[in-house]
Ligand binder design. Sequence first.
Ligand code: AMP
Length: 215
Amino acid sequence: MILIGPPGSGKGTQAQRLEQLLGAVHLSTGNVLREEIAAGSRLGNAAKTFMNSGQLVPDQLAVEVVAAFMKRGGSDTDYILDGFPRTTNQAEELDRILDERGLAVGKVVEIHTDDEVLMERLTGRFGCTKCGEGYHKSFKRPKIDGVCDKCGGAEFDVRSDDKEETIRDRLGVYHSQTAPILPYYAKKGLLVRVEGDKSMAEVTKEIETILTDGR
Ligand code: AMP
């Protein structure tokens, strides 16, 4: 399954919830790239400038991440792809990678959300530096201010690409480069749209129904 949506539409959260519910493996190219940057690897160094300025990393790097990740999985592994593909070229490359492994795209779920809602969500995000647990200044504050619910850590940070100006750039990139891949999947009869301004649980339920009923 592929989850497509603008930054802040809840792709990552939904992918995590569905991973547990469906027993599938969650692959977030953004998470892998952030780990590579933290590790100071060749891939991380190549991706860093693009990511910090809200631009897409070159297709070749994103494809490399996905191909390497899938090489480690079995031929019967189900994947939830979050943040990939993001360009038409990546969508074509994905078909090639899956084909080689005897796999195919099952469903493509677009989480549709208006830009104003996204701006509010993204400008308030922060995370625990120790365990990575995510919070939001309006929607999900730690139970005790300044203390992580999950690990008790007391330090938090904001993703370097969650600053207001960078967020505008990321939304622009979504509309100009990623949204155009929706017709690619619509033509194949694989695309389904859900509205992302509902509660997290409602969106999960809708996606589950789509996957089980094959809507
Ligand atoms: P995300 O965590 O999905 O919001 O991704 C964060 C950033 O990682 C994006 O703004 C891009 O710079 C980079 N990135 C993640 N996935 C891709 C991809 N499939 N293609 C190009 N860049 C990507």
